[in-house]
Design a protein around this ligand. Structure first.
Ligand code: PEP
Ligand code: MN
Length: 360
């Protein structure tokens, strides 16, 4: 070997050794950042602190003796800071009770005789609003005939206009219970006010928290104090991270029986009422152990595409489907255009079942 080749080899060895030293230091730094992240989490302080980051950069620039210029040093360290921040975020995720990293086994929720999140797929159906005993009973009878175990129906309706039908309130919950008892169906209804919870859970088997209230933290906390299963809808413009944190509000209060439901998000698209975010299904299933359902009615607002969307949701791993059914949608007091009538519901169910995606 020539002298030149010898020194090349030597320098390469030194570079390799330096790389390993850098790696060791980076790992040490990440561990320190992890410890810091834990302390910050306990104190409720955010990880990213721009003032502190600036101070660290200033110190490094002051100490920079070259040969890298200041801009390069700044760039390199900013990347290191970013990596530490990402690591802290991943660590926080592990600490969420709803996280699959925290609980690898899927949560299965028993409602009456029905398991949600278990081996079998689940169908939840019923009118947008409970309007009368007769109307609810007709739907209840159809569900019983079709073997659908959970009846939905809104009694406290969060309407866009205060002049629109606001729901029957507690009377609506009582009707739901009467029909549920008559046909052996579990019931689900949206509650919008924490003050109504205590009374409501005498009548319903599942508390629905609607899209507009996903960020109503007092309601989430109050639902977390009950031991009644909760169906939490994704907010109109909520990220999946916000959605899971909303669920965390409930489970952190001790009520671990939470089901998530994707119901479409607001986008610029006008040909559907909302945009069904199908990617949310596998991501939520991966990130969380909670059951994940898809509301095909509110996400699309279109009766003509309910079956393909339900099939897509099941193919993506959804544990169940929610759909609105009304004996006479044309005269429904809310969401008249998007509810299926009873024969349409039977067709919808057959089509979904025939796909083989709805697990028995
Ligand atoms: C509902 O399911 O009755 C409802 C109002 O849906 P969302 O909260 O998803 O709009
Ligand atoms: Mn509706």
């Amino acid at each position: 070997m020539s002298t030149n080749e010898n020194s090349l080899e030597l320098l390469r060895e030194q570079l390799d050794a330096t790389n390993l030293q850098l790696l060791e230091l980076l790992s040490q730094r990440a561990e320190l950042a992890g410890q810091l992240g834990k302390l910050k989490e306990a104190q409720g302080v955010p990880d990213f602190d721009p003032v502190r980051e600036q101070q660290m950069l200033d110190k490094l620039i002051a100490a920079n003796r070259g040969p890298f210029d200041d801009a390069t040093i700044r760039q390199l360290f900013k990347n290191i800071f970013k990596a530490s921040l990402n690591y802290q975020k991943e660590e926080h995720k592990k600490h969420l009770i709803v996280s699959r990293k925290n609980q690898p086994d899927s949560t299965v929720i028993k409602v009456k005789d029905t398991l949600v999140g278990g081996k079998a797929s689940i169908m939840v159906a019923g009118p947008c609003s409970v309007e009368s005993y007769q109307q609810t009973r007709e739907v209840g009878a159809a569900l019983k005939e079709a073997g659908v175990p959970i009846l939905r129906g809104g009694a406290f309706k969060p309407r866009t206009s205060p002049y629109d039908f606001q729901g029957l309130g507690v009377e609506g919950l009582q009707i739901l219970k009467r029909v549920g008892d008559e046909f052996g169906l579990a019931t689900i209804s949206e509650i919008v006010d924490p003050r109504h919870l205590e009374e409501a859970i005498q009548y319903i088997d599942i508390i629905q928290i609607g899209a507009r209230n996903m960020h109503n933290f007092e309601l989430l906390k109050a639902a977390g104090e009950t031991r009644t299963p909760v169906l939490l809808k994704r907010g109109l413009a909520a990220t999946m991270e916000e959605f899971l944190h909303a669920a965390e509000y409930i489970v952190s209060r001790g009520n671990t029986q939470v089901m998530l439901i994707e119901r479409g998000i607001r986008t610029y698209e006008k040909w559907t009422r909302n945009t069904l975010d199908i990617s949310a299904v596998p991501i939520l299933k991966k990130e969380s152990h909670l059951p994940v359902l898809v509301d095909v009615t509110h996400s699309t607002g279109r009766k003509d595409i309910l079956a393909p969307c339900a099939k897509a949701a099941l193919a993506a791993g959804a544990d169940g489907i929610m759909v609105e059914v009304h004996p006479n949608p044309a005269v429904a007091l809310s969401d008249a255009q998007q509810q299926l009538n009873i024969p349409e519901f039977h067709n919808f169910l057959s089509e979904v079942k025939e796909s083989g995606l709805f697990k028995a």
